[in-house]
Design a binder for this molecule. Structure first.
Ligand SMILES: Nc1nc2c(ncn2[C@@H]2O[C@H](COP(=O)(O)OP(=O)(O)OP(=O)(O)O)[C@@H](O)[C@H]2O)c(=O)[nH]1
Ligand SMILES: [Mg+2]
Ligand SMILES: [Zn+2]
Length: 353
């Protein structure tokens, strides 16, 4: 029989068991999340699970809800064919991004990940600035990143070398693996990275070959993949986040392709999508021009002369404000969290005495 440690439960989590576990509750890991429905995994099986009622009124942020990779306490019912999720263990590491919309919040992608594979296709998808954002995301959650370049069969060796040089020249120090799911070149090196008992997460745009990579590891077409359109744009084939246990003992989480950059980090996403305005702003008189009433503003001038569409200008201003607001509020929130953490620590200390 498998042990919980075979699916990643270690001393770090063990240390929290006494705080969390109550009579009649068992430990399990979230293995799939599809909107509101969950699958959990334990030593013997994978079964559906639901959230305990308290989640619906206690949770303040979506970050407090279980996500794939989380360790939880559960209560089994219906002859152990279903379960209720009660508590979420603290997260050793995590991957998250900013939620879409105006609220200051984050969306969890996966928890308790040892290594994040940042997957980009050599064809169409390759973009070092986007790679940076994923690297920031991994660093934010304490996850080691490894870059994987797929579809090397579609470019020449020389082109591949140029891409790797581009990564290195922008000071990215993460390990870079290149492979083709079609020819299998580079696949052995990728497999050697996988350590039994460790958990990996595949991140990257739609259509880069994340699911194909998993299918290749499993040795069969267990999960759906779909051809990308002529422009190289993916169509979001994978809809849910799912943890797969490989025969050799490591765990791999597949995620749906992420749509756009702006949602990953904080702030810069807007400038990425408004390169035209960014280029215009180079000619603003002041370096820190806000593009509203400042004298010599090249962006305003472009709106007035009709070079820049008024709607595009206002959409840019709106998004810019929103992302700056998010950035500031988030920094505030973090400060408060840290202050609260110190408070809890001091209370605990006093209790020990
Ligand atoms: N030429 C080539 N095609 C590949 C390679 N890897 C994957 N593909 C193809 O790319 C398409 C998309 O692959 P998927 O595995 O569905 O991509 P994904 O990253 O899982 O996409 P989402 O689930 O939408 O996030 C499929 O048609 C694959 O056959 C590769 O190394 N070379
Ligand atoms: Mg997929
Ligand atoms: Zn300006």
């Amino acid at each position: 029989m498998m042990k919980l440690s075979d699916i990643g439960f270690d001393q770090w989590f063990q240390a929290h068991v006494n705080d969390l576990r109550q009579e009649g509750r068992e430990i399990a890991r979230i293995s799939a999340v599809d909107r509101g429905s969950y699958l959990i995994k334990n030593q013997t099986k994978e079964i559906p699970a639901e959230l305990a009622g308290k989640f619906y009124f206690q949770v303040e942020s979506s970050v407090d809800l279980p996500c794939v990779g989380d360790w939880v306490t559960v209560q089994y019912h219906s002859n152990d064919t279903a379960a209720i999720i009660h508590e979420v263990f603290p997260r050793k590491t995590f991957l998250r991004r900013k939620s879409a919309g105006e609220k200051v919040d984050f969306q969890m992608i996966a928890a308790n990940i040892d290594v994040a594979f940042i997957v980009q296709s050599c064809h169409f998808d390759f973009n070092v600035r986007r790679m940076d954002r994923y690297l920031v995301m991994a660093a934010d959650g304490g996850v080691e990143p490894i870059v994987i370049l797929t579809k090397t069969d579609l470019i020449t060796l020389e082109e591949l070398e140029q891409k790797i040089a581009a990564i290195r020249s922008s000071a990215i120090s993460a390990r870079v693996l290149a492979l083709s799911n079609i020819t299998g070149i580079g696949f052995d090196e990728f497999q050697q990275v996988l350590v039994s008992g460790s958990t990996y997460c595949l991140l990257g745009s739609s259509g880069v070959g994340k699911t194909t990579l998993i299918n290749r590891l499993i040795g069969q077409d267990a999960f759906d993949t779909k051809a990308v359109s002529g422009t190289g744009e993916g169509i979001h084939t994978t809809a849910r986040r799912q943890l797969v246990v490989l025969k050799q003992g490591s765990m791999l989480i597949d995620t749906p392709g992420m749509r756009e950059l702006g949602l990953i980090g904080v702030g810069e996403g807007v400038d990425q999508s408004f390169q035209d305005i960014l280029r215009l702003s180079v000619d603003c008189r002041y370096h820190n021009c806000g593009h509203t009433q400042e004298p010599g503003c090249a962006v305003r001038a472009a709106v007035i002369s009709g070079v820049l569409n008024e709607d595009r200008y206002s959409s840019y201003m709106k998004l810019k404000k929103e992302s700056e607001y998010h950035e500031l509020s988030y920094i505030d929130k973090r400060k408060k969290d840290r202050a609260f953490g110190r408070f809890i620590k001091s209370v605990k200390k006093q209790m020990k005495v």
